[in-house]
Design a protein around this ligand. Structure first.
Ligand SMILES: *Cc1c(COP(=O)(O)O)cnc(C)c1O
Length: 360
């Protein structure tokens, strides 16, 4: 078996033990006599799978009882519309712009009401997280939207914005279950699963119960959180197999000791890479130190041809998908939960070797 270190931003690596468990159960799940892919979502076997996945996610994230967990479809991008459709009661919403996804969410919000960008780091090409205080937000806004970890730029909020009584809504697609978070500080957390949880096709939303119940009447039923919550995410056929895979990932996190341990492992990997970046001047890390992401690490050589050569030679050496997003160039190493420490060691060794072989 020739598995590479896959630094893709998403879909991305899954833990090998999870893939092997899925492989072992692929053709025949338990006593069911069929694959999870072939099961009715209304069957007893599947009911146990989805209930356990939710219970395990609640356990590892310590989700308070007054939050609903929704298993949805359409990716995080669909939630960019679902958020205003479910929460824009008076029609006002504040957005913090920290990158491309938060800007897309903002544009979607503008379709439905008075959406305002109250803070932005666009002027510095999103190389840092904008600072905010409670005064940054309109007191009568229905919600404040942020993107907690900016996958493309490699930045992450190192603080939770103080929005007072205004519900804080966070896109956590690329950092969910990478470390503990205080869910009670958020009104809504949502995430596409394909970065750090499961294969593509599943979106998880965690919604505080008191925010359910007002939905713009023009909202498509499939985007109505209340309807989804009332039907236990089974208003229609859910993304059954991706939910099963997410369940295996949650079990794996429990087996390594939970999100506290996960954070330690992720910090160790990120520190190895950032410490190397800070120790030399061949590669440049464009992100402000205080805003660095633990999941997506961006760097450039300062020479586009060398960047291209780097990504190409790294891929040939078994370090795949290190090319940066087309809008920022350079390199990006996505080191989600499933990336082993050895993968980052191999990357740093390659970076040293490449720098020696290609003097600037
Ligand atoms: C990947 C990503 C998205 C887009 O997710 P889709 O599931 O493709 O819609 C949105 N936000 C963040 C932070 C992402 O990383």
């Amino acid at each position: 078996m020739n598995r590479v270190y896959n630094f893709s931003a998403g879909p991305s690596m899954l833990p090998l033990s999870v893939l092997e468990k899925a492989q072992a159960e692929l053709v025949c799940y338990g006593e069911s006599g069929m694959s999870v892919m072939e099961m009715s979502h209304r069957s007893a076997d599947y009911d146990a799978i989805i209930k356990k996945a939710e219970a395990d996610l609640r356990e590892i994230m310590e989700i308070p009882d007054n939050y609903k967990v929704l298993f949805l479809q359409g990716g995080a991008s669909t939630q960019f519309a679902a958020v205003p459709l479910n929460l824009m009661k008076t029609g006002k919403a504040d957005y913090i712009l920290s990158g491309q996804f938060s800007t897309k969410a903002f544009k979607e919000g503008q379709k439905y009401g008075d959406a305002v960008a109250v803070a932005s780091s666009k002027d510095v090409n999103f190389s840092k997280i904008p600072e905010t205080t409670r005064e940054s937000f309109r007191p009568d806004a229905d919600f404040v939207h942020i993107c907690f970890n900016n996958t493309i730029y490699g930045t992450k909020f190192n603080y939770i914005p103080d929005t007072g009584d205004i519900p804080l809504v966070a896109d956590m697609s690329s950092c969910i279950i990478s470390e503990p978070v205080d869910v009670s500080k958020f009104g809504v957390i949502y995430a596409g699963a394909q970065k750090n949880m499961a294969p593509a096709g599943l979106t998880v939303a965690i919604v505080r119960e008191d925010l359910l119940g007002w939905t713009n009447p023009a909202t498509p039923s499939m985007l109505d959180w209340k309807l989804m919550a009332d039907n236990d995410s089974m208003y229609n056929t859910p993304p059954c197999y991706s939910i099963y895979m997410a369940g295996l990932v949650y079990e794996w996190i429990k087996s390594i000791g939970g999100l506290g341990e996960m954070k330690k492992m992720n910090e160790k990997k990120a520190n190895l890479l950032y410490d190397y970046l800070d120790s030399q001047d061949y590669y440049i890390a464009p992100v402000e130190k205080e805003s660095r992401s633990m999941m997506n690490v961006t760097f450039v050589t300062g020479n586009e041809d060398l960047d291209k050569k780097f990504a190409k030679e790294a891929a040939a050496a078994g370090l795949k998908n290190l090319k940066g997003h087309r809008s920022v160039g350079g390199m990006r190493a996505s080191i989600y939960n499933a990336m082993p420490y050895e993968g980052v060691e191999a990357l740093v060794a390659f970076m040293k070797d490449f720098a020696e072989r290609n003097p600037k």
